[in-house]
Design a binder for this molecule. Structure first.
Ligand code: HEM
Ligand code: HEM
Length: 223
């Protein structure tokens, strides 16, 4: 976004607060780690599919193992990786709670809802020359709104799955919750890809320094 404002005023993008930046990078790292756990469980290691290989390897080294024994070993491997998924998931849940607290305690104009409304107002009131930029700003904010919804669904369904074995009513809806958790993962991946393409494109074309500002905060005074 350009630093020059129309009378309606574009929402400021040079003021990512320290708490928001800490949240952004911590959350991005955890989300990447969480996607890695799924990549390992479902694509790279796939313990269940290894059972015949366990059996073949055991047959070569002294004695066969039964399919059930192979499955027990596969189960142990899966459990180890799911433990990581749940650990990172709980950290993501803590970051999600931190984001909520940040929204409740931030000055009104810095809250996400206020910044989204400001972008919508800017789009409505922008003179024709500033329309494309206003549209871009609003679209970016709408993708963030989608992200905040997706991460909320992911954290709530993830916590439900974590306690599904211990809480009867959660156990009853476990299958549906798992489906929602699964589908939302693809929406999150779509967000991350769109976001990366969007910020790199903005950085290279119209908003040099955008990524640095998300790392180190405001660097240009009076812009
Ligand atoms: C899993 C990875 C990531 C997630 C989930 C994520 C999420 C988000 C969200 C939700 C926002 C909006 C913050 C707000 O205004 O409330 C944002 C802004 C931003 N992110 Fe990321 N991010 C990720 C990775 C990255 C990476 C790798 C970069 C740098 C290459 C980056 C650069 C930025 C920048 C520059 C902004 C500000 C853009 C603007 O004002 O429109 N993000 N990110
Ligand atoms: C935000 C990124 C996340 C992604 C991409 C993700 C992805 C997945 C996927 C694909 C599954 C497999 C579902 C199936 O088997 O059909 C799963 C299961 C699960 N997730 Fe997540 N998840 C995320 C966050 C969380 C969070 C925040 C928690 C909360 C602690 C969590 C806890 C769980 C649990 C307990 C399971 C079931 C494990 C099992 O079947 O033993 N996830 N997750």
């Amino acid at each position: 976004m350009s630093p020059t404002a129309s009378p309606a005023g574009p929402p400021a993008t040079h003021d990512y607060s320290a708490p928001l930046r800490v949240w952004h990078w911590g959350n991005a790292l955890l989300l990447a780690g969480q996607l890695m756990t799924i990549l390992f469980i479902k694509v790279i290691v796939k313990p269940k599919a290894l059972v015949p290989e366990f059996q073949a390897a055991a047959a070569q080294h002294g004695g066969p193992i039964s399919k059930e024994q192979g499955q027990s070993i596969a189960h142990l491997m899966s459990e180890r990786m799911w433990d990581w998924h749940i650990g990172i998931g709980l950290a993501l849940a803590a970051f999600w709670a931190y984001w909520l607290v940040m929204q409740l305690t931030a000055p009104a104009e810095k809250r996400f809802g206020a910044r989204l409304l400001a972008a919508a107002r800017y789009y409505r009131l922008a003179p024709p020359a500033e329309r494309p930029e206003a549209r871009h700003t609003l679209l970016a904010k709408l993708t963030y709104l989608a992200f905040y919804l997706f991460i909320s669904v992911m954290v709530l369904t993830g916590l439900a799955l974590t306690w599904a074995d211990d809480v009867a009513w959660l156990h009853g809806i476990e299958h549906t919750v798992k489906e929602i958790h699964n589908v939302t993962m693809y929406l999150l991946i779509a967000f991350v890809l769109t976001h990366l393409a969007g910020v790199v494109w903005s950085e290279l074309t119209q908003d040099h320094g955008l990524i640095s500002r998300m790392v180190g905060g405001e660097t240009r005074k009076g812009s």
